[in-house]
Design a protein around this ligand. Structure first.
Ligand code: F0G
Length: 482
């Protein structure tokens, strides 16, 4: 990556794109933000964007699209079967992911459903570096279980370990031997491990996983939703690849997997998803499920316009100036927060900055959801919408007991090429204020708890009147400022 130095010596990320289409934002008064929280059950998924200033909920489907993506959408070939748009997508998947066969699906979790329907049954165990909510929900839905096998350092917040997403190879072998390979339909590796703060694995680690998969005859499934970012951090952090390029690193990783799947909402700044493989056997095992759950094999539930945007977006994944923008802003934000002593996941990962609610809200017990409370408090005092990635995002065990999350995080997503640096500075400023007033944040309790993926639709309420008190303090300090 070429470096761009400022004469002043200031070290800030520089945008290598310009903005040509913009969307007006609204920062509504704090009184309205408080009302919106009550209306949405203190769950940031339940907020309406008319009340949100900076939407840092996710990068999923919210990355900025390029001029070339929009242009490609105009030449889409509408056809139920045999669309040329799909032919172009197949070629992009061969060129970027190195896989000959592509099964299209409407988004990442649809791929997880199909893979789970095909391979998971009661008694199955799927070892993985770490779960993602939807991947786990689909596996448990089919009667299977998951086991997470990260090294201990993955859970260290203030760390400098370059590859916290690495699979614990010794534990993986132990698990395979104990449960026996016949009960393990596949091993799942997730690029840029989402729920522990967007942390990558090394190519060497993936090779070691492949060695065990071969030794025991188990499929290796790679969740490629954030593979561009994982590859970018490999270029930065893994010696063997310091003079390599995005394309080589991505293909080195995908070559090691029997089956790759992805959410195109993330991978290619578009919509949709896919399952890709070079194995005819795997193709045959999964193929029939696509028309059943998604749509015909040349559109898989997507519009052809999305398919065109996806092809271009896949090629753009090879451009370091596209992929580095979000990690560059995240690094800036993480370093600025860290300088002020605010507990934040380090080293800076991808997807977003992750605040450690376990420390920031150490006074709130996990049974009152510190990360959910922090998300609500930050929205209240700033209009910034983050996402709880803690115990609310966990699912109850098979006996209905709470399973408290290993980490209580508030994720502030930085979608690709969406925000400006002054907006990121606003985030830093308001997080700082909230940190200084953190003792005023209180807990939450469920008033409505859905049985599956409860974090999406669940409703909560504050345990007392802490939001009103926090609002009063904000008004004392900021006066009439929004
Ligand atoms: N795998 C990973 C690693 C993901 O981050 C996601 C989605 C999925 C699979 C599912 O894909 O949403 O297209 O069905 N992550 C989003 C997020 C929702 O906000 O992190 P999907």
């Amino acid at each position: 990556m070429q470096e761009i130095k400022f004469y002043s010596g200031e070290n800030i990320p520089l945008e290598l794109h310009k903005t040509r289409i913009v969307q007006k934002l609204h920062l509504v008064p704090i009184e309205r933000r408080l009302e919106a929280l009550y209306e949405g059950g203190f769950n940031t998924f339940q907020l309406s964007t008319k009340d949100v200033f900076l939407d840092m909920l996710t990068d999923s489907g919210t990355n900025a699209m390029s001029d070339n993506q929009l242009a490609a959408m105009m030449q889409a070939d509408d056809a139920y079967a045999g669309s040329q748009s799909f032919v172009r997508l197949q070629k992009a998947v061969v060129d970027v992911l190195g896989k000959q066969y592509l099964l299209p699906v409407h988004q990442g979790r649809a791929a997880e459903n199909i893979i789970s329907v095909a391979y998971v049954k009661k008694g199955s165990l799927v070892p993985m570096n770490y779960h993602f909510t939807t991947a786990m929900a689909h596996i448990t839905d089919k009667g299977g279980q998951i086991v997470e096998l990260l090294y201990d350092e993955a859970y260290v917040v203030n760390s400098s370990h370059p590859f916290k997403g690495n699979m614990n190879i010794e534990k993986l072998e132990e698990v395979i031997r104990y449960h026996t390979p016949k009960n393990i339909p596949f091993i799942r590796m997730e690029a840029s491990t989402n729920l522990i703060g967007g942390q990558p694995f090394s190519v060497q680690n993936l090779r070691d996983v492949r060695t065990l998969a071969d030794k025991y005859g188990i499929r290796l499934v790679l969740d490629c939703s954030l593979i561009g970012e994982n590859a970018y951090l490999v270029l930065q952090r893994e010696d063997e690849f310091k003079n390599s390029d995005m394309g080589t690193v991505i293909k080195t990783m995908t070559d090691l997997a029997d089956l790759c799947y992805f959410s195109a909402r993330k991978l290619s700044s578009s919509r949709g998803g896919g399952i890709a493989t070079n194995s005819e056997e795997i193709l045959k095992e999964l193929e029939a499920l696509v028309p059943l759950y998604e749509g015909f094999l040349t559109y898989g539930g997507m519009s052809v316009r999305e398919i065109e945007a996806m092809s271009v977006g896949l090629y753009e994944t090879l451009d370091e100036t596209v992929i580095s923008q979000s990690p560059g802003f995240i690094k800036y934000l993480v370093e600025e927060l860290d300088k002020k002593g605010i507990p934040v996941i380090k080293p800076a990962g991808v997807l977003g900055a992750h605040l450690d609610a376990m420390q920031i809200c150490a006074h709130i017990p996990q049974s009152q959801y510190p990360a959910g409370a922090l998300a609500a408090a930050l929205f209240l005092i700033s209009g910034i919408r983050g996402m709880e990635r803690g115990s609310i995002s966990n699912q109850r065990d098979e006996y209905g007991n709470e399973t408290y999350a290993d980490m209580e995080l508030l994720r502030l997503a930085v979608p690709r090429r969406v925000f400006t640096l002054s907006q990121i500075k606003f985030v830093e400023d308001r997080v700082n204020w909230l940190y200084d007033n953190r003792e005023m944040i209180g807990g939450l309790k469920f008033t409505y708890e859905p049985p599956v993926l409860r974090f999406f639709m669940g409703k909560l309420e504050p345990v007392n009147d802490w939001p009103q008190k926090l609002m009063a303090k904000f008004k004392e300090d900021f006066g009439e400022s929004l």
